[in-house]
Design a protein around this ligand. Sequence first.
Ligand code: GAL
Length: 418
Amino acid sequence: MHAFLNRRRLLALVMASAAILAAGVATSASAGNSRHWTHRPGPGGASITSQSWGTAPDGQAVNLYTLTNARGMTVTITNYGGIVQSIDVPDRKGQVANVALGFSNLAGYVTDDTTTTASGETYFGGIIGRYANRIANGSFKLNGVTYTLPQNNGTNTLHGGPDSWNMQVWTATPISGRQSVSLQLTYTDPAGKNGFPGTVAAKVDYTLTQDDALRIDYTATTSAPTVINLTNHTYFNLAGEGSGDVFGQDLMINADNYTPVNANLIPTGVIAPVAGTPLDFRTPKPIGQDINSGFGQLVLAHGFDHNWVLNRSGPGLSLAARAYDPVSGRVLTTWTTEPGVQFYSGNFLVGDLIGTSGGTYRQSDGFTLETQHYPDSPNEPSFPSTVLNPGTPFNSTTIYQFSTANQFPTANQFPTGP
Ligand code: GAL
């Protein structure tokens, strides 16, 4: 047990004002935006608490939820956009750092979503829907009908368009079990919003497990045929957010192929081998090793910003990627049921945003591993389908598992069996 956990436990004993949800289902709030929450582990050591976190532009109250497991790993999530605001995990010496880029308060996220900054909208930590990634020319055809969407990324529709799922206030239900804690978030996306057909009822369960995994289960149903592609947009820096670039962090992506893009970052439709290109991460290598190689695809995207076609032997959870910081020893292993992962090396961060701990975020100060279907699938019939029909629920799971090691781990088995 490391010092951080002891401090949290001590705080739990001396502070009694905030809500404690040791078991069952409830909601609660405590005043203030302090980083020191009341925390008392339940019988199995896990807990979830909430505090008031301000008011969204639409007037709805927003909370920040703190999920803690028995080992002291802490994840904070706000029901504004379902944003993962922080992920506190120990390094190999037990020193805790927040490995998720973000902002210290709600205003930071609202500003990111609603104003034009040099870095563009970052989508830090948010739930991305109804269609993650790009749809070319803001248009797609489904069952013979052409749907027109607002273009918010050049001529593309990006991450569901403006005023999308990462900006909505979700209904939150904390669920505290003996071994794990969950935050269940629900949101109903009306038919016609941002041009998409069908009313979609979405549910996202964030679960912090006893073995330091943040598990995300997405489900959705629709009232009429539509397209769907859901992901989470957390930027990771395994040395801690605000600690500089991630170039020295090693990455493995379990993919033999990727989807090359055109100048608008729309896939050409070709499934191309990574072999012989800087996009070959089958053997772990530092993120910065080939990023400035001048390879055409990297020049177009200003770095890595591509969809890798994951190797998988069948349906279900399978290994997508693993990252390792040789300095801190922190490891992030990503498992998913999705066919692809967008690895984005934070190319558009230009130093104009002040992050959670007060530092500025510059290019490549974080990376995303956005598990998802391929970009622009609604316009590319050869890609796995993103059509969602009434009566057939959408289900998707991604697991971000944290651990520490002294070298890049080679074991590719899920620790507790998926
Ligand atoms: C990523 C996308 C990037 C960029 C970023 C947000 O998912 O692939 O091109 O738009 O989101 O700034």
